[in-house]
Design a protein around this ligand. Structure first.
Ligand code: NIG
Length: 384
């Protein structure tokens, strides 16, 4: 079943050859994009949809979320707004609630958040374990996540569970827990930060995961300067996420690496941190992604449009840079930007994931911040 989409006022493809097109058309055939070009040359298809001059872009690629959780941290948020600093230890509150929840509750909560994200144009979602922190709890989180989202990351090294000894817990994570979770995940991650895991603990977990064949991601430089970004580059991680407190040397090493700097501006706002220096990264030549970091503690939003608007209005990214970072950049952070079924791009052979805006151009995402601009969403060729 093919669909010809016409009347596209502005088409953002993220494809170097196609660029950005006006008066464009796209043909979706099953789960793939079959044709892209000028409307006047569009081939026929089984059905036709005229989007009336609206802007079309790839669906958002949200490469950093923590959606396997139960419970609520409104009280912690309110205390933060009253001046209390964000601390890694808040994770333990969600761990307790998540362990107490049934599989059905966790699945229901995950589907709720994924549905909320999809309705706002997110068509690729990564999520992490990390609120279980025992072998059975981490395995069940990974198993449930793998049944719903595109990419799953093992984050057993999110926090040393209260009452546990750090050394023994790191041994558990890189040993028995890693082996049990590995069949359900493609990635492993470590929260490399004061109050969570130090450099040598982080390196030990990441190296074990690499030896087990998993790709690496790192939570780094969130609450202060630290070794996370440097370690991510050293170990060839696909991304280092947060990057709120980078030194010049971190920026240089990211720019000379294939590690994506994933920025999470909604988290920095919610935790009253400074916003990351996106300009320094982009000007140095680093690859930047934007993601929501949707989680109940530090960033309870699934809105990629909010992240894009913040990046433009507060982080001096251009609209084009921010939109690319929230689509192609996220795909690159997940190593899914090329080949058959690529995401974050509109080109022949890519996954048929389109986001139609109720606006003539992507500029409206920043020009009209906070306004729900999603008109329609196609996910794997099906209109949601
Ligand atoms: O990416 N930084 C570590 N993990 C999450 C926060 C999790 C939480 O506070 O529950 C993050 O911000």
């Amino acid at each position: 079943m093919s669909i010809l989409i016409t009347g596209i006022g502005e088409l953002t493809t993220n494809d170097d050859e196609l660029g950005s097109l006006s008066d464009a058309a796209v043909v979706l055939d099953g789960e793939r994009i079959a044709w892209v070009g000028a409307a006047s040359r569009a081939p026929d298809a089984d059905s036709r949809v005229d989007v009336g001059g609206r802007a079309v872009l790839p669906g958002w690629v949200d490469s950093h979320t923590h959606l396997l959780f139960a419970g609520d941290r409104t009280a912690e948020f309110s205390a933060r707004m009253a001046g209390k600093p964000y601390q890694a230890g808040g994770i333990a509150v969600t761990v307790e609630a998540t362990r107490a929840a049934s599989d059905e509750e966790l699945l229901k909560n995950l589907l709720l958040h994924v549905g909320e994200a999809r309705r706002q144009g997110t068509t690729t979602i990564e999520t992490k374990t990390g609120y279980g922190l025992t072998v059975p709890d981490e395995v069940r989180a990974a198993r449930i996540a793998a049944s719903v989202v595109d990419e799953v990351t093992f984050l057993g090294a999110h926090l040393v569970p209260p009452g546990s000894d750090a050394g023994s817990y790191v041994d558990l994570v890189r040993g028995e827990m890693l082996s049990a979770v590995a069949p359900f995940v493609r990635w492993a991650d470590v929260f490399c930060e004061t109050g969570a895991f130090d450099e040598s603990q982080s390196r030990a977990v990441l190296k074990a995961a690499q030896e087990a064949g998993l790709g690496l991601r790192v939570h780094g430089n969130q609450l202060g300067p630290g070794p996370g970004a440097r370690l991510a580059v050293e170990l060839g991680a696909a991304s280092v996420d947060h990057c709120t407190h980078l030194t010049e040397s971190d920026v240089d090493s990211l720019a000379n690496s294939s590690t994506v700097a994933t920025l999470l501006p909604a988290c920095d706002l919610s935790t009253r941190q400074p916003l990351p220096d996106a300009r320094a990264l982009l000007d140095a030549g680093a690859t930047v992604a934007l993601a929501s970091n949707c989680n109940p503690g530090s960033s309870y939003t699934s809105s990629m449009a909010f992240c894009v608007a913040t990046a433009v209005l507060q982080m001096r990214m251009s609209v084009a840079e921010a939109v690319r970072a929230a689509t192609w950049g996220g795909a690159r952070a997940l190593r899914r930007e090329s080949g058959d079924g690529a995401v974050g791009v509109i080109r022949v052979g890519a996954r048929a994931d389109l986001h139609v805006l109720d606006a003539p151009s992507t500029t409206h995402l920043a020009y009209r911040p906070g306004v729900p601009l999603t008109h329609s969403v196609y996910h794997k060729g099906t209109r949601l």
